[in-house]
Design a protein around this ligand. Sequence first.
Ligand code: PLP
Length: 458
Amino acid sequence: MKNPLENEIVSAELLENEIYDLCLQTNFWTWSTQTKVDPIAVNYAKGVYFWDINGKKYLDFNSMVMCVNIGHEDERVIKAMVNQLYELPFAGPRMATKPRALLGKALKTILPEPLERFLYTLGGADANENAIKLARSYTGKYKILTRYRSYHGATYGAIALTGDPRRITWEPSVMMGVVHFLDPYRYRSTFHHNSPNITDAEFALDYLRHLEEIIVFEGPETIAAILIETVTGTNGIIIPPLGYLQGVRALCDKYNIVMICDEVMSGFGRTGEWFAFNHWDVTPDIVTMAKGLTSGYAPLGAIAMKKEIADSFNEKVFQGGLTYNGHAVSLAAAFAVINVMKTDRIVDNSREMGKLLNKLLVEMLNNHPSVGEIRSIGLFGVMELVKNRETKEPMSPFNQNNKIMMEFRQRCLDLGLYIHIHWHKVLIIPPLIITAEQLMDGFKVIDRALKITDAYVE
Ligand code: PLP
């Protein structure tokens, strides 16, 4: 049936309140029960802030979707994107273009030398999808080992890699061949050896033994890759204990398994290094990245791989690709972002402000009974809220954002702080350009909002 409006030009003029209403009428929302959505109608953003259509200002403690690492609306990146649009808005993924050449050159300056070839994708999920394709083809093996407390994306393969319950809705129709293992998560570890007298290194060793046992039982001859978030993101900023990452590297070497680090969230300065694996002096065989790569200015992911892996396709076809692999405007955005990060020494700021973030988190731990544990590395932080510090009963049950946590978040929003909660965890992931004053402002709000959760402590 023909639509009678098909020749009518839709006016771009919109009253501000129409933005909200039209979005609710027409948009299908991700990760949402459709009737329960109440989006912030965002109008404008600058630096570490954004404003809604009513002029309300929010301090962005989640870098929008953990991605706007260089802050909102940086003129230098916008100009680079506009210039690219005028020069060449699009070229196919098998064309050699200036932004493709420049980004490859720039990435080689921030990654360890062996990671020298790049496949560009649309985002993080398809970066992981392609990483496992590469590992499977390179090794001739098929199983992928990933951890339970992990998120690797929502596409068919990436959701199978994901360890957390977001995978479960779609089972059993997810990609086959993924085996999950436990993460070295000290605060809630059920391992016998998790006593305060055990050093971090001994604790790590327990989890490495657990991993090796799984490798042996699954059959090393079947395992193509171990894929891990170097520092776990949404599942709670789980920082690998001393020796753990080196231990995973050693197991990969021992059993001829490709080591893949998912740096989609932890990369691009988030932890106070360009990539989180730099903290432990380990070089993975493949690194996946997205988010901070363009700081959210355009969709882009990338897979950095070792020469040997790239070379294994010298005489055979890599069967994979999408129309927009390495869109010219996204490549130009990423190139500009890397230069902005270097010019403004943004990784250094993340490291420096990270020290203050940790101090502020410790203050919350000391002053609020509902804060059971804090962790941070660079500007990547978390508070675990509990009803009882002794039993560690979480403020919200497993896999739920309960009313208490929603009330906490709403109070933060009311007071102008945009923040992400994941079950009983409060994530602190601000743009890396944040100043000490802005960080402290955010914590003044958190300090007030924690009175809500303190009231539920038993
Ligand atoms: N990997 C990690 C660690 C992530 O945090 C995310 C997204 O949050 C992804 C992969 C998926 O990235 P995208 O949403 O760009 O597909």
